[in-house]
Every structure is written in C-alpha cells, then in structure tokens.
Ligand binder design. Sequence first.
Ligand code: FES
Length: 411
Amino acid sequence: MKYNYNKEPLKSLSIKPFLSMVSDRNQVIEKAQAVMPQSEFNANHLAKSLHPQVQHVKIKKIFDHGDAKSFVLRPDQTKGTDSLAYFRAGQYVSVFLDFEGGCMNKPYAIRSNPADALGGEDNQYILTVKRNNPGFGSSYMLDHLKEGDPLDISGPLGEFYYQKFRDARDVVALAGGSGITPFYSMAAAIAADIEDFNLTILYGSRTSEGILLKEELEQIEKQSAGKVRVVHVLSDEEKDGFEHGFLTAELIKKYAPSDRTYSLFMCGPKAMYEFGTKEAEKLKLRRRFVRKELPGDCSNPEKNPDYPKEAAGKTFQIRVHISGEVREIQAASGQTLLQAMERAHIKAPSHCRSGECGWCHSKLLSGSVYIPQDADGRRMADLKFGWIHPCATYATGDVELEVYPVMEELG
Ligand code: FES
C-alpha cells in the first residue's frame, strides 16, 4: 500500500533527543531516593476524591413528605470526610445500614443538584426514601434514623446519567414513585446549566395527593427556561390538568418529538419496568436510546418459568468463607444469597443489588443455584470459572461459597 502524505515537516525533527533518552532516564533513576516517596501523587489524590470507597456523613436535616422522607447528608469531618465526592445527576450511593437482625448496603439515587456537592464543608447530598421501596432497608431508614445520626455511604456509582455521545438531545423519562429521584437531580442540573439537554418527565402516581416532590418539581420546571417539562399521570384518579392512566406508548408519543430522535429513560418499581419495556418496544427506538436504572433487589424467583419448582418453599444450608472465617447460615428459597448473609450479619460487599455492578462477585465452591436470566450480569469468564453475584442468586440446594469483602472500611 502506498501512503501519500507530506514528509516535509518531519525533516525538521532532530533524532538527538531520542538518542539520549535512555542515558537521561538512567541518570534520573540513579539520583532517585531508595525508598518510595511518601507524598501522594496528584492523580491518586484526584481519583480518591472522585471515587472514594467510603464517605462518612451525618444527617443534617430530615424532611417528611408523608410516606417518604428526604435525608440531607453532610460530610462528617470528625471521621475524616472533609467534603463529599462530586457526582453526575442520576448516580446513586449505597448506604451501609447496621441494625438488629441484619446489615446491608442499600442503593439510593442522589436526589439533589450536583452543584450542591461542590463547595467545601457545606456540600451535601439529599436522598429521598419512600416507604414502599422493597426490602427492610428503607423501612429502617424511615423509622429509625434521626437528625445528627452518622452514616457511612459509598462514593457515587452507576451509569444512569445523561451521556452526550450516546443519548439524544431530547430525553423522555418514565418515572414511578421514588423513581423520580434521579430525574429530579437531572432536572435540577439542567435548570442550573450544569447539564444541557431537554427533559420531559412522565411521572406516574396513583393520585394527585401521592405525588412526591410536586411543588419542588414545579419550581425547577419554571427555572429551566423550557428545557424541563413535568407531566403527571394518575392511575387511580381523573383530574383536570393531569393525564389519566398508565405510561403507555401512546402517551409517550404524545409528549415526545415526532421524529423518534429521543432517548427513553426509565426508573421506578419493577412492575413499571416490565410494563414500560413492553411499551418501549412498540416505539421502535434505537437500542442505545432506551436506558433503564437498576431495578433493585431481585424477588419472587419462583414466578420465572425456568425456576426449578422442586426448590420452592425449602430452606438450604449455606457455608460462607469470608475474611478467613467460615460461617454456617440458612437461606430460604425466595431469599437471595446476599439477603441470607445480611440477615446473618455477614458484611458481604454489594452496591446495586441487581446483578449488574459486580461488586458482590463471589466464588461458588459447590452446590446448585438459580440465577434469573434478566438479573444475570456476569461476564463469560465468570460463567466459565464458577463466579456468581449473590445479590442475584438463589440456592436450590446446599451451597458453599467464598466471599471477598472489598469494602472493609464500611461498618
Ligand atoms: S451488588 Fe451489584 S452485582 Fe451484586
């Protein structure tokens, strides 16, 4: 093959610096100290501040919304967290909860404006937790946490945020219940000029009384110069100014750009995902334009057609190798291995609780398990060498597994 390029500029380059490279490098090595420098490199410092494994916070304020509460979290300098890590609107943190009867890491979307996470010691996150979130973590947070309480949370996680090179400039969001929280953060970021895209939120609630953060959303909509629009959709009530029914393909078409160049984001309860996924198929959008936030804890495995029916209703022995110890625990057939370990107060690592992030990655040493297809986020190599995600795995016989506690700082 013949390349036709202009070689003239190359002629002015001298080869001299290249010839002395090796001897220059050897001189630098000779002069260096024999011990590793104790100072932290800027790149490492930046990486730590952007992706901390653990952040120590205190609950500064709690706002009560009826069946939900918002927790304002500030850094706890007394424990070494000077400021909170910056995040992209739509990301989540996992909150470590340690209580009588168990311990767990529970993921919650950061509901606040990313701008609030900048600014030294006054920076903050807001998490909004709704009572009907599945699992006992949310009930514990609503019923037991009070202002001034300390908490340990992870750094910001997840990829459910606007990505300019992947997503369309217009985004239609389907939200249900507390699934409004990542979209609230995105809307606030748009109104504050931190994000630049158009966001139409179709927010499903049962009744107008039950709409979470309604006034706050109206306020953001006004400040957004037309870039944010919120449409409330009520399933159990007909009322002027509100849509009635469900988040159907017809409704999406009514509010979306007619040329189908829009991204569809979903966040809400599992039933909404199942319904929304079927409706999204009717719209024939490009695959990369359909984005879903993680659905949270796996549940009801026996409803899946491929579940081994003979395992239903049984309890199995689980032998867990962790941190040099061996623990014998029990798992009911409807409990994930992660839930069983948490109930036994074993501090197993986890973040997403949906089989996606790989944080709970553990080795299945022996035994039979069931992994729902839609929650199996393992790589080919994991499958080949017997790795599982306990957050998305159910015992169907006695099981032995090895767990690697990568978040030892938590708890
Ligand atoms: S916690 Fe994310 S895959 Fe298990």
